[in-house]
Design a protein around this ligand. Sequence first.
Ligand SMILES: Nc1nc2c(c(=O)[nH]1)N[C@H]1C(S)=C(S)[C@@H](COP(=O)(O)O)O[C@H]1N2
Ligand SMILES: [Mo]
Length: 217
Amino acid sequence: MLGLGVAGVAAGPYLQRAQDAVAGKDPTGLTGLLPAGGGFRYYSVASSVPHRGPDDYTLTIDGLVERPANHRLDDLRAMPQRRLVRDVQCVTGWRVPATPFEGVPLAHLLDAAGVRPGAGAVRFGCFDGAYTESLTLEQARREDVLVALRLQDQPISHSHGGPVRLYVAPMYFYKSAKWLSSITVTDGVQPGYWEQYGYDVDAWVGRSNGRDDAPTV
Ligand SMILES: Nc1nc2c(c(=O)[nH]1)N[C@H]1C(S)=C(S)[C@@H](COP(=O)(O)O)O[C@H]1N2
Ligand SMILES: [Mo]
């Protein structure tokens, strides 16, 4: 526990520098600079992102599963929903307290697809065509990981990654991939977009931020 806390503090400045370095290459020059209201900041590594809604949104589930699927927005809305109220914490320091997210538990979608024996991880793709994330299968099955349809009790807006984004409550917000379009079950973890620039693959929000939701083992 103590080790995790110390690692979190030590990693902070390094991660900030990593993000600054990458922001310098951002074609828009806007990444991380635009306040998005309500304490959020707007982040996108892509300069423009298409809009998708009930007529043209699909979430693909594939990879090491028995029953690959394409879910439309209405399909997702008809599934069991869970609402969580937690603090949002970006690794660069900004935080939005007590933020409601609501959506389908990722574990429900994985169970519906039937994860094959031997699978170990999940990779997430986005319809911005650029961002990726991943989780171990054990992390992905946590009850506080959602395929989110609602933020602050409203449908998720385009700028917040709507109509569907991932929400990984116990981890830094970079894990919560916006504009989610695919969930691929894989053998092992493939580091996501920011993780290739030095962010932790295991992004537990640590004690240094007043929380410690990491496993105690
Ligand atoms: N597709 C996509 N998802 C993303 C990002 C991104 O650039 N593209 N940025 C991540 C980071 S670093 C943060 S802090 C949050 C920001 O979410 P917001 O724009 O809704 O505040 O989205 C995360 N998910
Ligand atoms: Mo972030």
